[in-house]
Design a protein around this ligand. Structure first.
Ligand code: HEM
Length: 449
C-alpha cells in the first residue's frame, strides 16, 4: 500500500508540473485571441483574459506547480492598508490561512462601521466574545431547520410560478434570481418596509463596496453609503412595525430575544445584524446561480443530466450539478485576510512561505478547488464530489452564514427553469451575461420551448 501511495503521489505531482508547463502557452494563446476593450491594446487583452475564469485557472495551474505561495511587495489591494500581497494556491495552504484566525485577520471592520453608521458587524470581527455573542444571537433567530420550512418551499413555489408565467423567454436575473432572494429577505428576514428595488440595489452596492472594490473607488463608496442609509431606515421601520405584531420571521425572533433581555438585541443591534445579512443575501444568490447555470449551459451532456434531474423533481441532484458548475467559476475566487504578524505558512514543506506583518493574503479557494493533490481529477466535471472539496462561500470561522440557505435556494430557484424543454441562451448579445457596469449580472436572456 505504501508503495502504491508513493507512486500515485509522485505521478500526481508529475502531472501537476506538466499541466503547469502547458498552462503558459495556453494562457498566451488565450490573451492573443481574446478581444479586449476598444483602444486598450495588448493591456486590454491581458485584462480581459485574466477576467475570464478560464484565464484565471491557467494562471493558478502554473502557480500551483511552480510558485504555490507567491509573495509580492506590490500592494495590489488599495482599499485596505497593507504592506504587500501573498497569493496562496494550494488547498492545504488555503485552509491553513483561513483556519489561523488570530494570525490572518478579516479586514472589513472600517467599511462595516461606515455601513452601519457606528458598530462593527460580525464578518468584520476577529474571534472575540462579541463575535460569539452576535453570531449566537443570529443563529437563534435564523435557524438551520427554517431552511426546510420557511426558506426552500416558498423559494421553489415562487420560482415555479415565475417560470410558468413566462412562456419561452426569461431575463434570468431580473425575472428570477434577484426576485426569489428579495422575497426571502422580505418574508423570512422580515425586512418588508421600503421598496424591493432599494433592497436589491442597496445589497448590490454595499456588497460591491465591502468585498469587491479592492481599488477603493470613492464613487463606489458614496453609492454604497447612500444605500446603507436607505436600508438602515427600511430595517428600523420593519423592526418598529413588528413590535406588538410578531410573525414567524427573523426580525420577530430578534425582538423575542430583546424581550428576554439578551445582550446585543436592542433595536440598533438588531438593525446592524440585519443589514449584514441583507448584504449577503440578494446579489450573491443571484450571481452564484447564474454563474453555475452558465457553466452547465456550456456542457450539453451535463445540461441533459441537470434537465433530467429537474424534470424528475430531484432538487438534490440538480444542486450537485450546479455546485460542481460553480467550482469552475466561483463567485469569490479568493478569500482575503491581512497578516497580524511575521509568520510562515506551509511550514516544513518545500513550498514554505514567509509572510510579513501587514501583507494581504489572498487565499485562492478557486485554485484550491483545482489542486490535484487535494481533489480527485479536479479538471473533470464530476457532480456529487464530497462537500469538503468545495469552498464556494468561505470556510472556517467566517464560513457563509447562509451556507445551508445557499445549498437549498440555488437549486430551488433553478429547478423549474431547468425542467423546461430545450433550454438555451438567447441569440446574440441578449444571451450573454450582461453586468451593466456592475460586478453582478443585470441581464441574461434564456429561451425554452
Ligand atoms: C451563493 C451565495 C453566497 C455566496 C457566494 C456567499 C459568499 C460568502 C463568503 C465567501 C463568505 C466568507 C467571507 C470571508 O471569510 O471573508 C461569506 C460570509 C457570510 N455570508 Fe455569505 N454568501 C452567499 C449567501 C449568503 C446569504 C444568503 C446570507 C444571508 C443569510 C449570507 C450572509 C453571510 C454572512 C453574515 C457572512 C459572515 C459569516 C461570519 O462572519 O461568521 N451569505 N459569504
Amino acid at each position: 500500500m505504501i508503495v502504491i501511495n508513493f507512486i500515485v503521489a509522485v505521478w500526481v505531482r508529475i502531472l501537476m508540473v506538466l499541466d503547469g508547463l502547458l498552462a503558459l502557452p495556453r494562457l498566451l494563446w488565450m490573451i492573443l485571441t481574446t478581444k479586449g476593450p476598444k483602444g486598450k491594446g495588448f493591456g486590454g487583452k491581458v485584462g480581459a483574459a485574466l477576467g475570464n475564469p478560464k484565464g484565471q485557472r491557467l494562471i493558478f495551474t502554473f502557480l500551483r506547480a511552480f510558485i504555490p505561495n507567491l509573495s509580492l511587495k506590490a500592494q495590489l489591494v488599495k482599499a485596505y492598508q497593507n504592506t504587500g500581497t501573498v497569493i496562496v494556491g494550494r488547498m492545504a495552504d488555503v485552509q491553513e490561512v483561513i483556519a489561523r484566525n488570530e494570525d490572518f485577520e478579516v479586514v472589513y471592520e472600517p467599511k462595516m462601521r461606515k455601513i452601519t453608521g457606528g458598530a462593527n458587524f460580525f464578518l468584520g470581527m476577529q474571534d472575540t466574545a462579541l463575535y460569539v455573542r452576535d453570531t449566537s444571537n443570529m443563529r437563534l433567530a435564523m435557524r438551520r431547520d427554517d431552511v426546510a420550512t420557511l426558506v426552500q418551499p416558498p423559494a421553489a413555489k415562487q420560482a415555479a410560478a415565475i417560470v410558468a408565467g413566462l412562456p419561452g423567454r426569461i431575463d434570468v436575473p431580473q425575472d428570477l434570481t434577484l426576485q426569489v432572494p428579495t422575497s426571502m429577505v422580505q418574508d423570512y428576514f422580515g425586512i418588508d418596509v421600503g421598496s424591493r428595488q432599494n433592497l436589491i440595489d442597496g445589497a448590490t452596492r454595499m456588497f460591491w463596496y465591502l468585498f469587491i472594490d479592492l481599488a477603493g473607488d470613492p464613487a463606489v463608496e458614496a453609492e454604497a453609503l447612500r444605500y446603507a442609509a436607505i436600508c438602515r431606515e427600511a430595517i428600523a421601520g420593519s423592526i418598529d412595525a413588528r413590535k406588538g405584531h410578531l410573525k414567524d420571521d427573523v426580525i420577530s425572533r430578534c425582538l423575542a430575544l430583546q424581550t428576554s433581555g439578551t445582550p446585543g438585541m436592542d433595536d440598533v443591534g438588531i438593525r446592524d445584524n440585519m443589514i449584514g445579512l441583507l448584504i449577503g443575501a440578494i446579489p450573491t444568490l443571484s450571481k452564484a446561480s447564474i454563474l453555475a447555470l452558465d457553466q452547465i449551459l456550456d456542457r450539453p451532456d451535463v445540461l441533459a443530466q441537470a434537465q433530467a434531474a429537474a424534470r424528475s423533481g430531484d432538487e438534490a441532484a440538480v444542486g450537485q450539478i450546479l455546485f460542481e458548475g460553480l467550482r469552475f467559476n466561483p463567485l469569490n475566487p479568493v478569500i482575503y485576510r491581512r497578516s497580524a504578524l511575521d509568520t510562515v505558512i506551509a511550514a516544513n514543506t518545500l513550498r514554505a512561505c514567509r509572510i510579513r506583518k501587514g501583507q494581504m493574503v489572498m487565499a485562492g479557494n478557486f485554485s484550491g478547488m483545482f489542486d490535484p493533490t487535494a481533489l480527485e481529477s479536479p479538471n473533470s466535471f464530476r457532480a456529487g464530489r464530497p462537500w469538503q472539496d468545495y469552498i464556494l462561500w468561505g470556510v472556517g470561522m467566517h464560513v457563509c452564514f447562509g451556507d445551508y440557505i445557499n445549498r437549498a435556494v440555488i437549486p430551488a430557484m433553478l429547478t423549474p427553469l431547468l425542467a423546461r424543454q430545450n433550454l438555451r441562451r438567447a441569440k446574440g448579445a441578449d444571451g450573454q451575461i450582461n453586468s451593466g457596469g456592475t460586478p453582478f449580472p443585470q441581464h441574461w436572456v434564456l429561451e425554452y420551448d
